[in-house]
Design a protein around this ligand. Sequence first.
Ligand code: BGC
Length: 371
Amino acid sequence: MRAVTIQLERKRVEVRNVEEPGIDSPSGVLVRMLEVGVCGTDSGICGGDHGEPPDGSEFLIPGHEGMGEVVEVGAEVEGLSPGDFVVPTVRRPCPHEHCTACRTGNQDFCSTGDYRERGIQRLHGFAAELLAEDAQYLCRAPASIRDVAVLAEPLSIAEKGFRQYIAIQRRLPWLADADDAEVLEACRAVVLGGGPIGLLGAMLLRLYDVPTVVYSRSEPPAPEAEFTRQIGGEYVSSERESFEDVVERLGGVDLVYEGTGAAELMFDVMPELSPNSVFVATGVPTPDGKSKIAADEVMKQLVMRNQVLCGTVNSSRGDFERAIRHLEQMLERWPDTLRSIITHRRGPDDFCESAGSSDGLKHVITMSNAD
Ligand code: BGC
């Protein structure tokens, strides 16, 4: 079968024929990959700065945002049949007995670092014609969301971040027994970054009617500004208004959902946040040793304001399932806006060019047109 392959050390990217995977257990499923999204992590992998091939392989098949169609199921698979659309999760558990996270199916909180990730860390990814995967790692997606199901992975990152915010805010005694809606009632949110991670995060917040500002560099008219307007949020360009002024105008900020990986920005923003607020960071910066941070100021505020700085990586099967449900709701409420996140659909030969492109929003690689 055809697959995108990357020899990391040589930074050599090729679309070539590789061995076809097959079902090797009764709970196995064979999937024809239809679409694969690319992001900054893929750009790092294409540049040889990130990622690791599977043991014994000289290359890595990239791709961790995927959707496909089931072509064959093992004898013990329930709830999936040929023709169903599926979205695969990314992380697989580490082998260590003492890792409670992995042993309880919560490998997104793995404590040993020996996890594997499809298309990133020691496991081939989805940029191939076929994928053989255990049914427990595949989430069924209704046909109604077929053209946006590839967004389930990046949205699942926001779902986990959102879940962290709600769990953290229940630390406040008056919210200890509150349901999600009550926790969100008092929330004023700012999303940092107008890329797909930021915009999907903003859309999730707006689905819950949380007042949301997207704070990003581009000046309107820009697709991210238009997107934000259409979902009833406010778009502010950092070129036009300082973060401090935004907070003053809003009367406070309770949640910052970060999707930029810009470390300095995080430390600029932290001292401006309201008491009891939470900063949820999802971006992974590439350290260059150049940053000068106001560490004393940040720590002082963190303590004096009971703030939480929360890092969040990867996502669970539950987050994928929530993402799929929310994509259905988003499609009902903002069909054209949601679809407008995918600005490019290209072929496997363009995998790395798309991953490194700053043109438009989400680039998606079409692996197969089969329906
Ligand atoms: C992916 C996560 C993954 C992380 C670190 C991100 O791009 O969305 O699933 O855990 O990279 O490898």
